[in-house]
Design a protein around this ligand. Structure first.
Ligand code: PDD
Length: 277
């Protein structure tokens, strides 16, 4: 597969960055993950807007206009044989002598790659997935899609070691999000997520789920959600670019609701599949 790195389309194996890149040294950069269905980017505008917000938040000058970004992504996805892909892109502050504060004159490093993407299979959709819970160990700007992902990596590893797809994180006893997903509860037929704040990443599926709920006449709200409310929920849902929307049917070995994917999930899943077309 071809990847884009700083102005060039090259084979992945030939794409190299200097060891002093601040992404490598400090985790000083941001990223995006964008689904492509049948060669068309899904919610492209929203992903671009979030990339721009992330860049702004850490004061990396945006190296491209939206049109340029779209054209670059298009180059990379066009070169890939799969019609359905997951694009990964990242921007770091660039290469500079190691010193924590921003360098005076670094040029941002821009990297774009794509992979074939297989959405969750029918069995996963029908049965739902297992999760575990963990303390949220991350910093206080989780709204920035930073490449510094140590907390998320440790959460994911904890899940992997406990036969779970995801670790659901709590800060001060309140639900934040999954290691790489947003988490929702269904209670009395309504969907609730934690409020948008600096303590969670506002997934592109946050706004999408709200829209899908409106279209399906499912009440939608955001509010602080306790651990007990998660375990007592009728259904728990997970959303992310790669997982789309999934039912969480077991948490810490305990069954959620009926232990099967529920009716609200099934409506939203169907609506999500429609939205992709
Ligand atoms: N992760 N919260 C976190 C911490 C995430 O890393 C992600 C996505 C989400 C969901 O956002 P979205 O709906 O925009 O995918 C929420 C991506 C997919 C990743 O890191 O691979």
């Amino acid at each position: 597969p071809l990847v884009y790195l700083n102005g060039e389309l090259t084979p992945l194996s030939e794409a190299k960055i200097p060891v002093l890149d601040r992404g490598f040294i400090f985790g000083d950069g941001v990223y995006e993950v964008i689904p492509v269905y049948n060669r068309k980017m899904f919610r492209a505008k929203q992903h671009m807007a979030r990339l721009f917000r992330s860049l702004d938040a850490i004061r990396i000058p945006n190296p491209h206009t939206e049109e340029e970004w779209m054209a670059l992504i298009d180059k990379v996805t066009s070169a890939h044989p799969a019609d359905t892909q997951l694009v990964y892109m990242q921007v770091t502050r660039g290469v500079a002598k190691r010193a924590h504060a921003f360098p005076a004159d670094a040029t941002p490093t821009v990297f774009i790659m794509t992979n074939a993407f297989t959405p969750p299979d029918a069995a996963t959709v029908d049965n739902g997935v297992r999760c575990v819970t963990t303390d949220d160990l991350r910093w206080q700007r989780c709204d920035i899609k930073s490449i510094s992902l140590l907390g998320n990596v440790l959460a994911a590893q904890y899940a992997a070691e406990n036969d779970a797809l995801e670790a659901i994180q709590f800060r001060d006893g309140l639900l934040t999000e999954g290691g790489s997903s947003n988490i929702w509860i269904v209670s009395n037929g309504a969907v609730y997520g934690p409020p948008k704040s600096t303590l969670i990443l506002e997934g592109i599926r946050y706004g999408l789920l709200e829209e899908l709920c409106a279209a399906c006449n499912i009440p939608f709200g955001s509010r602080a959600i306790t651990r007990d409310e998660v375990f007592a929920a009728d259904e728990v849902l997970m959303t992310s670019a790669g997982r789309e929307v999934l039912a969480v049917t077991v948490i810490d070995g305990k069954q959620i609701g009926t232990g099967k994917s529920g009716p609200v999930f099934r409506k939203l899943y169907a609506a999500y599949q429609d939205a992709k077309r």
